[in-house]
Design a protein around this ligand. Sequence first.
Ligand code: NDP
Length: 315
Amino acid sequence: MVEMTTTPRILDGIAIAGQIKAEVAVDVQALVARGITPGLAVILVGDVPASQIYVRSKVKTCGELGIFSEMLTPPESITTAEMLALVADLDAREDIDGILIQLPLPKHVDTKRLLEAVSPEKDVDGFHPVNVGRLQSGQPGLAPCTPAGIMEILRRSDLPVAGQNAVVIGRSDIVGKPAAMMLLNASATVTICHSKTNDLGKVTREADLLVAAIGRPGFVTPEMVKPGATIIDVGINRVTDAAEVEEFFPGNAERAATFAKRGSVVVGDVHPAAFALSGAYTPVPGGVGALTIAMLMQNTVTAAKLRRGISLEKK
Ligand code: NDP
């Protein structure tokens, strides 16, 4: 059993996202003064309730920051060819700087083909192979929002990255792989783990910086954590079982009230007991998740600037 030595620092994603959004709003004003209003188009196919919530909040944040937004809502029955035509239209439009295709798409739509159809200059999700390559080779481009948010949390919290032993659990194209690449670009020594990793706990116990992007509630237990490590919990999992909620949050009146009201609570990929051992951690909710939309807004402004050859340097 490992003893807790100090009180961990909670990394407040909501506050950091607020700072970034305020900076983006200033950037937008400067562009508007030059006659440029950054524009984001969001394509939402069908009626996936979670996607509708995400898209609504993306559109709302655009409005708050002065970014023009347009929402396209084709029906579930849309074909790949029709989606490609929609993307081509948006790609040709001068008033649209970013095109976001809300995932997941219906099974009959070829997601890979569509993501590649968005021109890299308008790919604000950073999923196009050209942007993946730019990230890998350290060139300016558009990088995926969630891992970019992780880096902002670390940077703005003055947490060291260079020289740190960073372990990323998860190798998805959306989170794990780009997070690992960004940490490597920031000179961490990076290990990527996944479902086939042998003796995962042995690897994670070496981590000064542990990123969990797995999609399994409370997967990282105290035994897997080096005391004092920084833990970044990307997971967003909905737990609907009362016994499980009590296991994760024993005696926690706030979580019990949320459960009573909504029938579920959100739990990250890290067990709350593991946070207690850390030096610093991102809570769920209120950690990494809070950053994703802020980074999308930043990417939209970056896209508007890159496409017009405007310097990204802050004055
Ligand atoms: P994926 O399902 O695409 O990837 C999960 C990764 O976890 C895979 O690489 C998988 O390994 C690995 N994994 C699964 N089980 C194990 C295991 N037992 N041991 C070790 N590794 C394992 O998920 P995402 O990357 O898209 O998302 C991860 C989490 O982050 C989810 O909870 C998601 O909701 C959340 N998320 C949060 C966002 C935010 O804004 N905060 C944005 C995006 C995601 P393998 O490759 O071998 O299968």
